[in-house]
Write a protein that binds this ligand. Structure first.
Ligand SMILES: *Cc1c(COP(=O)(O)O)cnc(C)c1O
Length: 379
């Protein structure tokens, strides 16, 4: 599914040099490595500011908190995402409002977003999640946000280097939130994250909130938290940032090859958004405006769980992102959603399967994956 050792083999010397530099400096929190990473990643994303923090979850929480949401503001997002997309809204004291996804991309459906904004008066922000490496339709979402006067905070945890109409993810709203968890396409040697923004005042507030609400030592303007990027992670990220475009480009080539192989095996029907006996695999759509970096390569699969077991018995790793939509999670039942309320998210949860995807994946491995899928459906 993901073999990080292959990535490390290619950059071992550079990483070891970076780690040794931090150890020699004995400067572990903040300092020049962190400042340099923040500068380099802001330049890469094309924004004025980047603030490092301890994780992608914290990035979301800090950015939302810095947007100054009132205690009963609503924040609209998708139920088809990682848990933190919704839990961080609750942590800010705001109320999550969930809208269903577009079955073609599995990202927030702008029509559903618009309908929700009309129904709920108190929505103050939208959190589009750029799922699997593809930006949500940011033209439509920014248009809607402007019309209703709400902020956009991007959950860009899966999209470092992705773009929408030539503009990078993380620079498409008021703030962008990234995770550098080891399985992400830009990954640290542990937990790490950052917030990107063009708004310098927002950046200072994110920085203050992640430093106990203090910008002058031992004097606290507000109550924040301890969420800082450490120098070791920053040094590792600086090395990897230089290789990221290459790796993302290879992911795009691999995705293209999967499309070819699945098509040649007669497993897919072009444009189909549902799975049938004749075409048991359905591909997701990459929108024309999107520069998709395939953080994951996800398909819909007929009889998904049995396929997954079959592949696993042949030593092929797959993953289900995500098996239970967030509106049906036990801890969010109090929000009042029930099964059937967000049907596309619920269908996606039953059908999606992520196939092996990482920059160093080999052609013969992809062929083996597709051959095994074809064998499963030919039985
Ligand atoms: C990984 C992820 C997060 C959380 O990031 P962490 O660094 O694990 O805290 C949030 N949202 C999405 C969509 C993610 O994939």
């Amino acid at each position: 599914m993901l073999d990080l050792k292959r990535q490390y083999a290619g950059i071992k010397d550079e990483i070891e040099e970076a780690v040794a530099r931090v150890l020699a400096s004995q400067h572990f929190i903040g300092g020049p490595e962190v400042a340099a990473f923040e500068r380099e990643s802001a330049a890469y994303v094309g924004v004025r500011a980047c603030v490092g923090c301890a994780s992608g979850t914290d990035a979301l929480w800090l950015a939302l908190q810095a947007c100054g949401l009132g205690p009963d503001s609503g924040v609209l997002t998708t139920p088809f995402s990682f848990f933190a997309s919704v839990s961080t809204i609750v942590r800010c004291g705001a109320v999550p409002v969930l809208a269903d996804i577009d079955p073609a991309t599995l990202n927030l459906d702008p029509e559903k977003v618009e309908a929700a904004l009309k129904r709920h008066r108190k929505i103050a922000a939208i959190v589009p999640v750029h799922l699997y490496g593809q930006c949500a339709d940011m033209d439509r979402l920014n248009g809607i946000a402007q019309e209703h006067g709400v902020a956009i905070v991007e959950d860009a945890a899966q999209t470092f280097g992705a773009a929408w109409n030539g503009k990078k993810a993380g620079g498409l709203g008021r703030a962008g939130c990234f995770s550098f968890y080891p399985t992400k396409n830009l990954s640290a040697g542990g937990d790490a994250g950052c917030v990107t923004t063009d708004d310098e005042a927002l950046a200072s507030q994110v920085r203050r909130l992640g430093n106990h609400g203090s910008d002058r030592r031992y004097y606290h303007r507000e109550i924040g938290w301890n969420s800082r990027l450490d120098a070791m992670q920053a040094a590792i990220l600086r090395v990897k940032l230089k290789h990221l475009d290459d790796w993302n480009q290879r992911r795009r080539v691999l995705a293209c090859r999967y499309h070819g192989l699945l098509g040649a095996a007669g497993l897919v029907q072009p444009q189909a958004q549902s799975v049938t006996r004749q075409a048991p695999i359905a591909l997701l759509t990459s929108l024309p405006g999107a520069h998709h970096i395939y953080h994951q390569f996800v398909v819909r699969a007929l009889n998904r769980d049995a396929l997954r077991t079959f592949l696993s018995e042949r030593g092929i790793g797959t993953e289900v992102y995500y098996p239970l939509p967030l509106h049906l999670q036990e801890c969010f039942l109090y929000l009042g959603y029930r099964a059937g309320d967000l049907p596309e998210s619920e269908r996606a949860a039953r059908e999606v399967l992520a196939l092996p995807m990482f920059a160093e994946l080999r052609e013969e491995e992809q062929q083996r994956v597709v051959a095994a899928i074809a064998e499963f459906y030919s039985r």
